[in-house]
Write a protein that binds this ligand. Sequence first.
Ligand SMILES: [Zn+2]
Length: 104
Amino acid sequence: MVLLARYFMSVKVFETVAKHQPQRICIACRQKIDKYLLLRIVRNSAGQFIVDRTGKVNGRGAYICQQPACRQKAMQVPSLSRALKTTVSSIDIVAIQTQLRQNR
Ligand SMILES: [Zn+2]
């Protein structure tokens, strides 16, 4: 019985911790996912697009989950433009993809 009680307590603790994880919506599949699992693309005040691994870069961010299909769908001009509420050019997309390849 004690063991069982301990089990339920640890589940409870786990649930509490899980609930406190901030979640964001993937711009491609629209699912709510824990923020730390998502890739964040930020447009900073200088108008540059940055792949933000720290979650701390200031600016409007778009979140993309790890599914290859989402990566592909999100890395397109209409998706990113809508998510970041700005005009993203295909040159910007190339720049973002270069950053993704560099600091993987
Ligand atoms: Zn997704």
